[in-house]
Design a protein around this ligand. Structure first.
Ligand SMILES: [Zn+2]
Length: 277
C-alpha cells in the first residue's frame, strides 16, 4: 500500500503558503523545496507578480532565487518541489535546466502547463537537459479551490460581475482528474490500489487509498510556524487564520469523491482589511 501522507502534508504546507499569498492579493500559487537527504524544507516560493509588477516572479523562481542567495553551489538533483499548480512552460524549462530532482504538483495548469498539460517540457526528448520526474494530483481540488477564490474576488471587483454570487464557489464541479502519466508511471508512484482513479477521472487521490481525508488532519499550527521564511515574509499565523484556511475546502470521502455536503467558506478580502495585522 502506497501511503502518501507525507506528500500530502508537504502539499498542505504549499497550499497554506498560497493562502498567505492570497491575503496579499497575489494569485494563490506556492511551493516548497525539500532537500531529499535531510528531509527539510530549504526554501519556499509564492507568486509575486502583482506586488513586484514583474510577470516572471512565479513561485518556482522565487523559491530557487532564495537558495542562490545563500549558495551558488546547489545540487538540484537532491531537491524535490511541491507546487500547488503544474509549473508553466517557462518554469518547467527553468527547472529542467537546473536539474531538479522531482516535481510534485496539485492541479493541472490548463493554459500554460509545461509538465504534460500543454507541453511536456519535463520529459521531452528533444531537449538536451536531463528529464525530471513530475507527478500531479496531490490535493488537486484544494489547489483549484484556492484559485477559484482568487478569480471570483477579482471578478466581483470588476464593474460588471460575470458570475452570480455564491453559486460560483460552492458545489461547483471540478474538471476531470487527468494525470499526465502513463499507466506505468502512475502505478510506480500511486500504486495499483489507486488505478481506478486513473480510469475514472472523477475521483481524487487520497493519502491512504480509498480513505477519507481532511486538510485539517494533515498540518498543524506548529508545522507551519516551523516553515522557514513563512512568518517572516507573509506575517504571523494563528489558529484563527489556520481555521479560516481549512474552511475554504471540501473534504474527500472514503470513496475518493468530493464531499459537497460540507459548507465551505468563501474568501473575503474586504474583511481582511478590517482585522488588525
Ligand atoms: Zn511559471
Amino acid at each position: 500500500m502506497m501511503d502518501l501522507t507525507t506528500s500530502f502534508e508537504d502539499m498542505a504546507i504549499s497550499l497554506f503558503i498560497g493562502y498567505k499569498a492570497l491575503l496579499i492579493s497575489e494569485t494563490p500559487v506556492a511551493c516548497i523545496l525539500k532537500d531529499k537527504k535531510s528531509n527539510k524544507i530549504i526554501s519556499i516560493g509564492y507568486n509575486y507578480t502583482n506586488s513586484s509588477l514583474n510577470g516572471t516572479q512565479h513561485a518556482e523562481f522565487i523559491a530557487v532565487k532564495r537558495l542562490y542567495e545563500h549558495s551558488k553551489d546547489i545540487d538540484f538533483s537532491n531537491i524535490i518541489m511541491y507546487v500547488t499548480v503544474e509549473p508553466c512552460i517557462m518554469c518547467a524549462s527553468f527547472l529542467r535546466q537546473l536539474g531538479i530532482g522531482e516535481v510534485i504538483y496539485g492541479c493541472s495548469n490548463d493554459r500554460f502547463g509545461g509538465n504534460g498539460t500543454v507541453l511536456s517540457v519535463h520529459k521531452d526528448t528533444f531537449l538536451v537537459d536531463k528529464p525530471y520526474k513530475s507527478i500531479g494530483g496531490i490535493a488537486r481540488t484544494e489547489a483549484i479551490q484556492l484559485l477559484r477564490n482568487f478569480y471570483i474576488q477579482e471578478n466581483e471587483s470588476a464593474p460588471v460581475p460575470k458570475i452570480k454570487k455564491n453559486k460560483d464557489i460552492e458545489n461547483k464541479l471540478y474538471p476531470p482528474n487527468l494525470f499526465n502519466l502513463t499507466k506505468e508511471e502512475f502505478v510506480d508512484f500511486y500504486g495499483e490500489q489507486r488505478l481506478d482513479i486513473l480510469e475514472n477521472k472523477e475521483q481524487e487521490i487520497t493519502p491512504i487509498p480509498h480513505k477519507a481525508y481532511r486538510l485539517k488532519d494533515l498540518i498543524s499550527l506548529k508545522n507551519l510556524q516551523e516553515v522557514p521564511f513563512l512568518e517572516d515574509e507573509l506575517g504571523l499565523i494563528d489558529e484563527e487564520q489556520l481555521n479560516e484556511f481549512y474552511d475554504l475546502f471540501y473534504d474527500i470521502n472514503d470513496d475518493s469523491t468530493i464531499d459537497f455536503t460540507k459548507a465551505i467558506r468563501k474568501f473575503n478580502n474586504k474583511k481582511r482589511h478590517l482585522t488588525p495585522e
